[in-house]
Design a protein around this ligand. Structure first.
Ligand code: NDP
Length: 337
């Protein structure tokens, strides 16, 4: 089978491509720019410059031999937002609706589509009581109107709303258009794990792994930052879930919440100190570590990832394995730079 993966230059997209190749698929991946180092006999690439344009994927979905499925991972994930509509909402929402529209118009051979959504599309800080459990039932209550409110338009909030609006728009498209393919959304929490082999340099290090670079280079030695999102999942498990979503018929029409466990930055620091003693003097300790603890006595919410375990058969990696492999992969980038 032949699969299109959008965003193959990214942390998750690159890992999805690797997972598909290792399972024998033929893969086409979209990139914004030429990457001549991307070559393998089962892999080709298509240039898609600006996913904010609704017709951006019209050409890429028309492949010969034709595509069987599409995995859409491309979406901006950073906190450098100047104009939330231009920088976040348009590429996230139009990228998602655009790819679905292009498939419907030009790729009738495609039967299954999986999109990368996020825990951000579930996170409900308006009326979710502390102590309750998150699952696929939960929705971020954001609307276009609240997303454009300057209060929500910067930093993490701007990113989160882009993911929520994109996933909502995808399900609305399915409802309205009833296309000849099924949709599955994958909703990962913060993703850690080895950076994809195609990561060119430290400058391309993705947002969710950036804290590991800060830890091992001593940047936050005097003040551990607060943890932020308190749940994590490994990139390899997340990538496999995307592939299983297009392999398993029962995944059609569903969301899957992908979460390994809760964590706080102190856990990361402790694992790094134990597994890589050479970094001990560069890591925050004592009072400098305080901000990295759980606020209160633990995470304010519980998570239910049972659908991903029972239906996709996902087995989640441990935090120790993920942290060790992440650090090793960043060491390779540090050597290159
Ligand atoms: P990366 O930044 O590594 O990858 C993002 C990908 O999207 C890159 O291929 C990037 O291309 C592409 N992209 C971004 N903006 C545009 C644009 N305007 N036009 C064309 N391509 C664009 O991030 P991740 O791998 O972490 O993110 C992948 C997906 O996973 C996203 O949908 C993200 O929201 C989601 N996600 C990530 C989580 C995490 O913790 N990492 C958690 C939950 C969801 P280029 O390389 O050219 O910049």
């Amino acid at each position: 089978p032949r699969i299109l993966v959008t965003g193959g230059s990214g942390f998750l997209g690159g890992t999805v491509v690797d997972t598909l190749l290792s399972r024998g698929y033929l893969v086409v991946t979209t990139m914004r720019a030429d990457r001549p180092n991307v070559s393998a006999s089962q892999l080709t690439y298509a240039i898609v410059k600006d996913i904010a344009q609704l017709d951006a994927f019209d050409e890429a979905v028309q492949q010969n031999p034709p595509l069987d499925a599409v995995i859409h991972t491309a979406s901006p994930f950073h906190y450098r937002i100047e104009d939330v509509k231009r920088d976040m909402l348009d590429p996230a929402v139009n990228g998602t609706v655009g790819v679905l529209q292009s498939i419907r118009k030009y790729a009738p051979s495609v039967k299954k589509v999986a999109i990368t959504s996020s825990f951000a599309a579930m996170y409900n800080n308006v009326n979710k009581p502390v102590g309750s459990t998150y699952s696929e039932q939960d929705w971020n209550p954001v609307t276009w109107e609240t997303a454009l409110d300057p209060e929500n338009a910067a930093g993490q909030a701007g990113y989160r709303t882009s993911k929520a609006l994109a996933e909502k728009a995808a399900w609305e498209f399915m409802e309205k258009e009833k296309p000849g393919f099924t949709l599955t959304s994958l909703n990962p929490t913060l993703i850690f794990g080895p950076v994809a082999a195609n990561t060119a340099s430290l400058e391309n290090l993705n947002t969710s792994n950036a804290r590991f670079l800060d830890f091992i280079t001593g940047k936050v030695k005097d003040k551990c930052p607060p943890t932020g999102s308190l749940f994590w999942v490994d990139v390899r498990d997340t990538a496999l879930a995307h592939v299983l979503a297009i392999e398993k018929d029962e995944a059609a029409g569903k969301r899957y919440f992908l979460c390994a466990s809760p964590f706080c930055n102190v856990d990361l620091v402790e694992i790094i100190a134990e597994s890589f003693p050479k970094y001990k003097d560069l890591l925050p300790k004592g009072d400098a570590l305080e901000l990295g603890r759980y606020p209160g006595s633990g995470p304010p919410y519980k998570v239910d990832h049972s659908r991903s375990v029972n239906e996709l058969g996902l087995k989640y990696r441990t935090l120790k394995e993920s942290v060790e492999d992440t650090v090793k992969s960043i060491e390779v980038l540090l050597e290159k730079s």
